[in-house]
Design a protein around this ligand. Structure first.
Ligand code: ZN
Length: 301
């Protein structure tokens, strides 16, 4: 199998099941450009391979993903123009344009359209979640058809409270949490427990943490036993239904609002920084208090 720098890819059951793991545990599996580009390659390779029936997406280490990589050394090097570590994708797909056009095109290609492509993969996908699944971690998880999680998993989108943003680029929240819960979670930045996520129907199975890998594989085997045409058409029947209910158009509209939100911040900041800053009343994400669970009898932590 291909060697990846930011992923670990396993093949199981003579290639019927592929497990793709984000593999930057020291960076809390934050998503830098290199990782996202490799993830696209790994998903498309699994899609092209007729032996593969189910693709599992997870992460190595104690948590799935803390979201987009905002500032690791690697991520900064990738986006430093002309630097030795510049990622080639910053020179294409709008990367040479300026202003909001650059941001809109780059985010469309590397945050939005890739996520949608994985959501429409011609294979059944299972998200194997553990620890924290924050912000852009949610996007990767939601792109999958089924979600299983270990009992220590929590879900949150902190970009409202920490970055002054209206959500992440792929705004599936109302479809996954429900409209009102989405408002609560986005406005507070609080987290949803795995038990609540299970009652919402978002998470299918909750496994003991030390058995997560094996139990997920067991679940994947059951799905892999269905004829591939049946499983694909079940997936597609549901996806086409929600697309007709407005999922696709909703995503597009909210991507545009997300760009408006970035443009607002860029316009009022001298350094063109495209998210909210402490001077705007936003707690810097590096100094922010830990995320707390949304508890029904507590107005605040
Ligand atoms: Zn963005």
């Amino acid at each position: 199998m291909t060697d990846y720098k930011f992923l670990k890819v396993e093949s199981h059951d003579d290639g019927r099941i592929v497990r793709i793991l984000l593999d930057r545990p020291s960076a809390r599996n934050a998503q830098n450009r290199g990782l996202l580009v490799e993830l696209d390659e790994a998903f498309l390779a699994a899609e092209a391979d007729d032996n593969v029936r189910v693709v599992i997406l997870g992460g190595t280490g104690p948590l799935f993903s803390s979201g987009h990589d905002m500032g690791s050394k690697e991520a900064v090097a990738e986006r430093t123009k002309g630097g030795p570590g510049e990622h080639p994708t910053y020179k294409v797909n709008g990367g040479t344009r300026v202003g909001a056009e650059n941001r809109m095109l780059q985010e469309w290609h590397y945050f939005f359209q890739n996520t949608l492509r994985w959501r429409n993969l011609r294979k059944i996908t299972i998200a194997q979640m553990n620890g924290t699944v924050f912000a852009a971690g949610l996007m990767l998880m939601w792109a999958c058809d089924l979600i299983v999680a270990s009992e220590d998993t929590k879900f949150a989108d902190v970009v409202g409270t920490r970055l002054g943003m209206c959500g992440i680029e792929y705004f599936a929240h109302p479809w996954e949490f429900g409209p009102r819960k989405t408002k609560e979670l986005m406005l507070t930045g609080d987290s949803l427990s795995v038990e609540e996520a299970h009652s919402l129907g978002m998470v299918s199975k909750v496994f003991p943490t030390d058995e997560l890998g094996d139990r997920t594989l067991e679940f994947a085997r059951r799905i892999a036993d269905l004829p591939t045409v049946t499983s694909l058409l079940i997936k597609e029947s549901v996806n086409q239904t929600v697309d007709n209910m407005g999922f696709y158009n909703g995503l597009q509209a909210c991507f545009t609002l997300h760009q408006l939100n970035h443009s607002h911040w860029a316009e009022i900041h001298e350094n063109k920084y495209a998210v909210g800053l402490p001077e705007d009343g936003i707690t810097n994400w590096k100094d922010a208090e830990p995320v707390v669970p949304a508890l029904k009898d507590r107005p605040r932590a």
